[in-house]
Design a protein around this ligand. Structure first.
Ligand code: CTP
Length: 417
């Protein structure tokens, strides 16, 4: 699947560097030519000979290699179909976010002509540090480096948390997806999918907010799967700590109002800038009516809150589409409910009708919040109903099968002309 591809594998200095050797091996097995670049600290974890033995190519670590005529970083970046940073340390993320170019790896990344995928690996406290999170957000906003992982699990110190590098097999799948997405070969090639994910935070004062427990995992899984199928994906994300899936354009927002503005911007003035909108975000229905500009002190804190309603983004899209007499964008809503299975289904049908959308994906709060796997009912406007259970990736795939099936007859030409 990677035959004929040249990949620059940049290894930075973390204990997880040993996994880069496995990644190199998997890439070579899939037919790629792999050129390895090592930072100075990476070379202290895994030696050049390991990588040259696996790849059959010279390993580079010096920008000032006197045997190379020309500019090595420009040469590598131009030839590479993708640049992979495996593992990406907290320092590597910081330097990439800042656009630094003072060693061979960062200079090559800055000069990238194609996709750059990085697999962060660090201690969970380093990942959770606000400086690292700011760098992750900066990288997401720049849209030039896609993070694959990290995942939750044990790290080298024996501690457990978010920061472990994704497994080499999963990383290689992401590389294949990024390269096939770039070719537009998937079932959603040429389609623009707008996905919202995560909670919204509604400020009470500069330090407090009203929020909810949404992790964003479902929306991120849908965005990742849509990109894997070749769609152009815009992901409007509330405050979550998840890496941007490969090939996805991410816009970070905080409040329901800023989410609505980002959705409207992505859809353009006519409201038709996407073929499908998947509203997986848990948008707050209410916000504090008059957030305080300064921190509310205990002594003067009110005992009850006055709340104001937020605009319903999805219902607004449904109403506007109805007013236009259009069938695009396809609208998919989510319903997270408590209650019996029967009640959850009934709420889903109510939301489908009330918001004038094509599909509602319903799930139970006790099965869905923060979990890796779930069970959902997919309810369609034609009365169709199906149940899917499994990992969120599998659910994302079933939802997108439905989206693709519904979009297929709705080409832009026959809807608008
Ligand atoms: N939604 C939205 N804007 C809001 C609230 C919700 O776009 N202000 C979207 C969500 O993204 C989801 C769907 O509407 O796709 C269902 O949201 P939910 O809050 O469950 O529905 P409500 O109509 O607010 O009903 P209730 O909270 O009473 O269950």
């Amino acid at each position: 699947m990677l035959t004929g591809k040249t990949l620059a594998l940049c290894v930075t200095g973390s204990v997880a560097a040993y996994k880069a050797a496995h990644v190199a091996r998997l890439l070579v097995k899939r037919g790629a030519r792999v050129e390895v670049l090592l930072t100075r600290s990476a070379a202290r974890f895994v030696g050049e000979v390991t990588f040259s033995g696996i790849t059959g190519c010279a390993v580079r670590s010096d920008m000032w290699d006197p045997t190379f005529a020309g500019e090595l970083h420009v040469d590598v970046a131009t030839r590479a179909d993708a640049i992979l940073v495996v593992p990406a340390t907290a320092d590597a993320l910081a330097r990439m976010a800042q656009g630094r170019a003072d060693d061979l790896v960062t200079a090559t990344v800055l000069c990238a002509a194609g996709p750059v995928l990085a697999a962060p690996a660090m201690h969970p406290r380093m990942w959770a540090h606000p400086a690292t999170q700011a760098n992750v957000r900066a990288l997401a906003a720049q849209g030039r480096v896609d993070l694959v992982g990290p995942v939750e699990g044990a790290v080298a110190s024996g501690d457990v948390g978010m920061g472990r590098m994704v497994e080499p097999e999963a990383f290689v799948e992401a590389v294949v997806a990024a390269l096939s997405g770039a070719r537009g070969g998937g079932a959603l090639a040429g389609v623009h999918v707008l996905v919202t994910a995560g909670p919204t935070y509604e400020p009470l004062d500069p330090v407090r907010f009203l929020g909810n427990r949404s992790s964003g995992k479902m929306g991120f899984a849908i965005a990742a799967e849509a990109a894997r199928r070749g769609a152009r994906v815009t992901l409007v994300a509330g405050p979550v700590s998840l890496g941007t899936p490969p090939g996805v354009r991410r816009v970070d927002v905080e409040t329901a109002a800023s989410m609505r503005a980002a959705v409207e911007r992505a859809l353009g003035a006519g409201g038709t800038g996407a073929d499908a909108v998947v509203m997986a975000a848990a948008v707050a229905d209410l916000r504090p009516a008059a957030p305080s500009a300064s921190k509310i002190k205990k002594t003067s804190a009110p005992r009850s809150l006055v709340l104001a309603p937020n605009a319903d983004i999805l219902a607004g899209l449904g109403e506007a589409r109805r007013a236009r007499g259009d069938r695009l964008p396809l609208l998919v809503g989510f319903a997270l409910e408590t209650g019996s299975d029967g009640e959850v289904l009934a709420y889903a049908r109510e939301k489908l009708a009330a918001k004038h959308v094509d599909m509602v994906v319903a799930n139970r709060a006790d099965e869905a919040l923060g979990t890796e796997a779930s069970r959902v009912w997919v309810v369609g406007a034609g009365g169709e109903e199906s149940v899917v259970s499994g990992p969120k990736g599998l659910i994302a795939s079933s939802i997108l099968d439905e989206v693709a099936a519904r979009l297929a007859p709705l080409t832009r030409t026959d809807v608008r002309e």
